[in-house]
Design a protein around this ligand. Structure first.
Ligand SMILES: [Zn+2]
Length: 153
């Protein structure tokens, strides 16, 4: 028993709809990363001189030694498939007309989750090399989809 008298025998509530929208900023590191994707068509990472780790996407602190990272580097747009999955359905449960391949592509000591294309899903192999295919500059918006997909090299 609560030591105070509550005026209701059950919680009161009301139903409503709050029309809330948000605008999120990328933050210091992601701002730089996505600006480079959009404006230069390059993938940026940061290097930790103490740990000799290349973070991709670039971060401003080393997660191992916590050093501030200032050595931004354009990384090779060719990475390797660390893992992948094949999607046969859409988020709403409907079947896709074509399966989609989503992979984690290792770049430096990090990597990106992205689409694989120009390959049959049955031919994808762990460890295979894949290259980023960028949208043309006029179509880029500063979004991870400025890389259209990765394809085998
Ligand atoms: Zn470090």
């Amino acid at each position: 028993m609560y030591p105070f008298h509550h005026p209701f025998d059950r919680p009161v509530h009301y139903e409503g709809l709050f029309p809330v929208t948000n605008r999120y900023t990328y933050g210091i590191a992601s701002e730089k990363f996505f600006r480079a994707l959009k404006e230069e068509g390059i993938i940026l990472g940061t290097h930790c001189p103490h740990c000799d780790k290349l973070y991709v996407p670039g971060t401003i602190f080393c997660e191992t030694c916590l050093s501030e990272l200032e050595d931004w580097r354009a990384v090779d747009n060719v990475g390797r498939v660390d893992t992948f999955t094949v999607l046969y359905k859409n988020l709403d449960g409907t079947y896709r007309t074509e399966p989609e391949i989503v992979a984690f592509i290792r770049l430096g000591d990090g990597g990106l989750v992205h689409r694989l294309a120009e390959i049959d899903p049955k031919s994808v192999l762990i460890g295979m090399q894949v290259a980023a295919v960028f949208k043309p500059p006029e179509e880029r918006t500063g979004n991870i989809l400025d890389i259209r997909y990765f394809k085998p090299v």
